[in-house]
Write a protein that binds this ligand. Sequence first.
Ligand SMILES: *Cc1c(COP(=O)(O)O)cnc(C)c1O
Length: 359
Amino acid sequence: MSRLIRAVIDSRALRANLSRLRAAAPGRRVMAVVKANAYGHGLVPTALALSDADAFAVARIEEAVALRAAGVRSPIVLLEGVFDVSQLAEAAQLGLDLVIHDPLQLALLEEQLPAYRFVAWLKVDTGMNRLGFRPEEFPAALARLQALTVCVREVRLLTHLACSDERDAAVTQAQIERFATLARGTGLATSIANSAAILGTPGSHADWIRPGLALYGVSPFSGESAAQYGLVPAMTLETIVISTRSVPRGETVGYGGAWRAERESRVAIVAAGYGDGLPWSLPAGTSVMIAGERLPLVGRVSMDMIAVDVTGARQPVAVGARTVLWGAELPVEEMAASARTIPYELLCSISQRVPLVLG
Ligand SMILES: *Cc1c(COP(=O)(O)O)cnc(C)c1O
């Protein structure tokens, strides 16, 4: 096992976050969203840690294959459904639940009439304009799906919110109302809420909640911490200092000479770079934590290394010092803000060479 960079995954934190989200939406069922390698946390170990979830949701059929191969028997929802005959056959064989968001998917079911009876989530586009049937297309789509009793065991309804991370957004209210109007009287189970909606819009909880980011202990609201919501970061991305040096005043550090020492400086070289998934664009001044002290990155991010100005450190920084890029002590939201991106992107960008270790 590499003693350089690694992502330590805290399965107790994952479980605690699931409980916390259940408490935020009492009585609702939970579809734990584990797409994109569980937001970088490792698909299979995350699903095993979250075995209490009522279902899992993935974006690609390969992710569902991996979960079934690992022995996961829970319902697995394919958030974008299937796109051809062979995927449909595979989904049937694996007993997956399908999202149906496009007329071509209805036609596929009607033509193939698979022997397996799916749970089908009919997706309604209530304003996001990405996937789903528009309200005026909904009644006909629902009728077609409900006619397919040979291959559909149960129809459920879902929609996705475009602006749930904005407080009291009028569009969120409008989306919820449009969805409620369509669902009313159908008697079908419903689902609306992602993490931000679970925590910020109780009126969106419906029958099933669909948390992703919050399960990993990350705040879906910019400028607000996960701790405020009782969530615990599940990943610590940590590495070590591999060299230290003095830099005379006036000299520069790293590619392009992008940072110049304004004073005689101590610089630590840390084993983490864009080859591990850090953004190349990370600006000087971004905090990392070395031996428990918050210190500023300087110069450009290299493929395998970053430089950190440790001149002001209270304790001298030595080779081997533990360095945290993000985690319980330093929320990933901070680096995301510094890099002008969202924590989702940082978590999903961790590269293959970073070992995931269960903590
Ligand atoms: C990814 C996804 C979610 C989870 O969103 P978070 O913001 O991470 O909670 C929920 N529903 C759908 C349809 C998604 O694609």
